[in-house]
Write a protein that binds this ligand. Structure first.
Ligand SMILES: N[C@@H](CCC(=O)N[C@@H](CS)C(=O)NCC(=O)O)C(=O)O
Length: 218
């Protein structure tokens, strides 16, 4: 059985939703393992032995640890092609992976600049600058996702939710912490609220106990 190491509200929500979709489509179960990031469980030797980056998600496949979201999603899709998580047609699949990679290697690290500003600048003034620029870039990134979401019907790829829907939810939710009001991205918010109601996404949300309620004006 596959095992997923995840933390509530983290990017591990992306494969978490994928595995719930697999369960719904094929009956294949998975074991969710909660990692308490705030307690530093991801920096303990047992965890670092699985992922030296000290990060979630980690997928255990026949006991072998795999990290990095794009590789994990590709693997889940290849193991369970009947779940239809990624398009089967080669070019459509390549484009889907390209979008996922952009969320992971561009939008996500922009949030890291906002959440962990101390990694990028030392003085208060420099940190304020890093944060201000990150917030502006996040807005542009989320607007691009909003444009993509307008084509979603009802989910990113047709009727079934998947990785892209889960990342779109996660990034909009994180945007709330960075002072981006989901109401200022109405098409994106409507799409995410729709996706949150689908049973596999609702199951993952319930396990993680997270909602789209993070917005705080800065
Ligand atoms: N590129 C990595 C990003 C993973 C990542 O940033 N994970 C965050 C949670 S969203 C984490 O575990 N952070 C804890 C830490 O870095 O201490 C991936 O795709 O898996």
């Amino acid at each position: 059985m596959l095992e997923l190491y995840f933390a509530p509200g983290a990017c591990s929500f992306v494969p978490h939703v994928g595995l719930e979709v697999v369960r719904a489509a094929t009956g294949a179960d998975f074991k969710p393992n909660l990692v308490k990031l705030h307690k530093g469980e991801n920096k303990k030797p047992e965890f670092l032995a699985m992922n030296p980056n000290g990060q979630v998600p980690v997928l255990l496949v026949e006991g072998k640890p795999l990290h990095q979201i794009v590789a994990i999603c590709d693997t889940i899709d290849r193991l369970f092609p009947k779940a239809g998580l990624l398009p089967a047609e080669p070019w459509a699949r390549a484009e889907a992976l390209s979008q996922l990679a952009w969320m992971n290697n561009t939008v996500h690290p922009t949030f890291t600049r906002w959440f962990r500003t101390g990694y990028f600048a030392e003085s208060e003034a420099a940190q304020a600058d890093v944060k201000r620029l990150a917030a502006a870039q996040l807005r542009t990134h989320l607007e691009r996702i909003q444009e993509w979401s307008k084509a979603a019907g009802p989910c990113w790829f047709g009727n079934k939710p998947g990785f892209h829907d889960a990342y779109a939810f996660t990034l909009l939710r994180w945007g709330g912490y960075a002072g981006i009001d989901p109401d200022s991205l109405p098409a994106y918010k409507t799409y995410v609220e729709r996706v949150m109601q689908s049973p596999p996404v609702a199951a993952a949300l319930e396990r993680e106990r997270v909602k789209l309620d993070t917005y705080k004006p800065q």
